[in-house]
Design a protein. Structure first.
Length: 130
């Protein structure tokens, strides 16, 4: 293992969902949760979609174009295919319907962590000229 700590933020309105996500992320090694108001960039942002799809898409677009977030995962109590197509086009990688299934989130987090470790290894090899 490389040892890179993946930083995570939550933009979640539902307290129960926020606590659930916090518990899942906290239970895994190699992840650190940052306060959503922390100005530091993060590796992964969880966004809970609300009642206004247009506002949610603006939030996703703003987060992605800021350059301070590598990846976005979404959660919502409902699935709307038109919204999801637009979110995927904006770069969202994962979607979790509520209630959240712990195993699905853990698998997505591990996949994300592994992808970050591969990026680190590749950048090290490029720097070494391999």
């Amino acid at each position: 293992m490389i040892g890179k700590i993946v930083t995570v933020k939550f933009l979640v309105e539902n307290l129960e969902i926020g606590n659930n996500l916090n518990s899942i992320v906290s239970s895994l090694q190699g992840f650190r949760i940052l306060n959503s108001s922390d100005p530091k960039p993060c590796d992964l942002l969880f966004i809970e979609t609300g009642k206004d799809p247009d506002q949610d898409l603006k939030k996703i677009d703003s987060a992605k174009t800021s350059g301070s977030i590598k990846e976005i995962f979404l959660t919502s109590p409902r699935f709307e295919s038109d919204f999801m197509i637009q979110a995927i086009r904006l770069g969202v990688k994962e979607f979790f319907i509520q209630p959240i299934k712990k195993e699905e989130v853990e698998a997505a987090l591990q996949k994300f962590r592994e992808s970050q470790e591969i990026i680190i290894l590749e950048s090290r090899n490029i720097k070494k000229g391999k």
